[in-house]
Ligand binder design. Structure first.
Ligand SMILES: [Zn+2]
Length: 167
């Protein structure tokens, strides 16, 4: 909750503070809840970018790279069938690869898309459905671009603070 108040103090305006409340990402976007990237994290980002550079297409515009708690890496692309509700996010593909290889615990995950500028990429936060899905595979670090520029990592639980809990 402290971060919400920080947002209010910094912006001194209800509308902006309210927007922070609505965008769960901003609740965890202070450096207090996030860590600097380590070498392995930067490698993961670069591998996701390389995967996307090789395989982006009219149905795939996002690549995910994840590292498991056993330090193995798995990768996936989104499959975006235009106007189709059966499209899947790249997180699903990467996690499917992980499970197919007998692992179920994610240590760190990152998603990238192509930027409008050539040879540049964006790091994307996971959508709400993916946050819920990823929760079945631990409480991984998610690599994010915070405050519009810096790459940091934060725990999934910071992005999904009040998850669905079936009885
Ligand atoms: Zn998603």
């Amino acid at each position: 909750m402290g971060l919400v108040w920080l947002g209010i103090r910094q912006t001194n305006g209800f509308r902006v503070a309210h927007r922070h409340l609505l965008q769960g990402l901003h609740l965890s976007s202070s450096s207090r809840d996030s860590l600097e990237l380590e070498k392995a994290d930067l490698e993961l980002v670069r591998e996701a970018e390389e995967l996307l550079a090789r395989h982006h297409s009219e149905i795939s515009g996002v690549a995910v790279a994840l590292q498991t708690t056993k330090a193995r890496r798995y990768y996936g692309l989104d499959i975006d069938l235009e106007l189709s509700p059966v499209s899947i996010c790249a997180e699903y593909s990467a996690i499917g690869n992980m499970v197919t290889n007998g692992e179920r615990a994610i240590s760190t995950i990152v998603a990238v898309s192509m930027s409008r500028k050539p040879n540049e990429y964006n790091v994307l936060p996971p959508c709400g459905k993916c946050r819920e899905f990823m929760r079945a595979f631990g409480n991984p670090y998610v690599i994010l671009k915070l405050e519009g520029k810096r790459l940091r990592k934060t725990r999934l639980s910071n992005l999904l603070p009040m998850p669905f809990e079936p009885e």
